[in-house]
Design a protein. Structure first.
Length: 455
């Protein structure tokens, strides 16, 4: 056996020898690997990180010549840096815009890489020196994240640049290899490992300001976020009411029925650009339900999951009647008042159909949908009026109820008449001309404005 440096940690040890050869072998039951091969695996996964994976975990170096110890320490830092950048970038890509809301535990890259390498990496049954390890990974994250109370807030542009630089180094290393490198089965491969028990689960590692991050929607969202008996809501096949004892939640799958937003996006292009992607709509709803809460009641988010092609959330169920289903004039007036208060506060709903306002048994309004909400603009606010009226027309709402809604809006804030005048312009109603029941409600708005001008 060559003299080398013993890397020893919980559940693993390997001897690193200073040799120009690329070789890994078992010698007397101990795994021996040459430094060039270990470096290539750490830089470019040339043998699937079967050799490099232990370097992510706490370890100590024994019987190390000074120069080899220094080079190994540099290799450990470079490999951990690669793990940090690649795993945080993967998180940012899979979660999308919602990642800006998250605070990430510095140990998340270690957890996610160990999950990725579950069949070949050592299993940490406990995190010895976990606090020190967390500080080490936090320091390696500073170029791609800001630090907030010991947690990471990702900077996606910086992550993207660092990831591209890493990818170039990986390609260069792989192109330099001209033959297959045989590696024996390592002593730590194939062990059962419950990483969630060790790290506390992904919800502990990716923390949201409200609700729980439930992962990457790797299964049907109802199986992840639903509780008890779940049934689709009327008219909204992308949302489900789930009942478990006295607990009720609404689960929304932003991928289902996503196609419905395509014609709406074409129609809305005269005023605003609707979001089409599941992740962007989830991120908007998560953000604006919380922002709206300073102005009007909104349900609290219970949990979210997100991945490249899928996104879902669960939220509190609001007991009450949607304004669109109501025949009560006061409810329609409340819907108009809520819309006006949101405009005055600097927001637009985007999807302002009255079904997105629910009046609870106390008579208080709640906004329960915000996936197309955004910051205020004049045309965006005017489009809210067009949508509220035309959508109501599609469901045969009585004209008297629409007038109540307009009265509520007009009396709610000082800029209302300017918005209503803009909302009456033919250009904004042009997309509705092919839908007579919707387009006919422009007449209600014009009559309302005529009365206001006459008054």
């Amino acid at each position: 056996m060559q003299k080398g440096c013993l890397v020893a940690g919980e559940g693993f040890q390997l001897r690193v020898v200073d040799s120009p050869l690329w070789r890994a072998r078992l010698v007397g039951g101990e795994l021996e690997v040459t430094l060039p091969l270990l470096r290539a695996d750490a830089v470019a996964s040339v043998v699937g990180e079967r050799l490099a994976a232990p370097l992510m975990l706490p370890h100590e170096l024994r019987d190390c010549p000074g120069s080899l110890a220094s080079r190994l320490a540099g290799l450990v830092e470079a490999y951990r840096r690669r793990v940090v950048v690649e795993q945080l970038y993967d998180l940012a890509v899979r979660v999308g815009p919602l990642v800006s809301e998250a605070l990430v535990n510095p140990l998340y890259p270690l957890y996610s890489r160990l999950r990725l390498l579950a069949r070949v990496a050592p299993c940490p049954t406990g995190l010895r020196d976990g606090a020190e390890l967390g500080r080490s990974y936090l320091e390696l994250s500073r170029d791609v994240a800001s630090v907030d109370s010991g947690l990471l807030r990702l900077r996606t542009p910086s992550l993207r640049l660092e990831f591209r630089a890493l990818a170039s180094r990986v390609r260069a290393t792989l192109l330099s290899i001209s033959h297959r490198i045989p590696v024996p089965r390592t002593p730590w491969e194939g062990r059962e490992c419950d990483l969630d028990a060790v790290f506390g689960g992904i919800g502990r590692l990716v923390r949201m300001p409200e609700g729980v991050f439930a992962g990457f929607c790797e299964e049907e969202p109802l199986s992840i976020l639903g509780e008890g008996d779940c049934r689709p809501l009327p008219r909204f096949s992308s949302a489900y009411l789930c009942v478990s004892g006295s607990r009720r939640v609404i689960v929304k799958d932003y991928m289902k029925m996503a196609i419905k937003w395509l014609p709406a996006a074409i129609a809305s292009s005269v005023a605003v650009r609707y979001r089409l992607g599941p992740r962007s709509r989830l991120a908007a709803e998560y953000r604006y339900l919380r922002l709206f809460r300073d102005i009007v009641d909104t349900p609290r988010i219970v949990a979210v999951c997100s991945d490249i092609a899928r996104a879902a959330s669960s939220r509190e169920y609001v007991e009450g009647e949607s304004v669109l289903a109501s025949k009560e004039p006061r409810h329609w007036r409340l819907a108009g008042e809520v819309l006006g208060r949101l405009h005055e506060a600097g927001y637009v709903m985007g999807d302002s159909n009255p079904g997105n306002v629910v009046v609870d048994p106390r008579g208080l309004p709640w906004v329960v949908d915000a996936e197309q909400a955004r910051r205020f603009s004049l045309r965006g606010a005017a489009w809210d009026i067009v949508v509220a009226l035309s959508y109501s027309g599609l469901f045969d709402a009585e004209d008297s109820l629409l007038l109540e809604m307009l009265e509520g809006y007009a009396g709610s804030w000082s800029g209302s008449l300017r918005i209503l005048e803009l909302a009456s312009s033919p250009a904004l109603w042009l997309p509705m001309r092919t839908v007579p029941k919707a387009y006919s409600k422009r007449r209600i708005l014009r009559e309302f404005l005529s009365g206001k001008r006459g008054g």
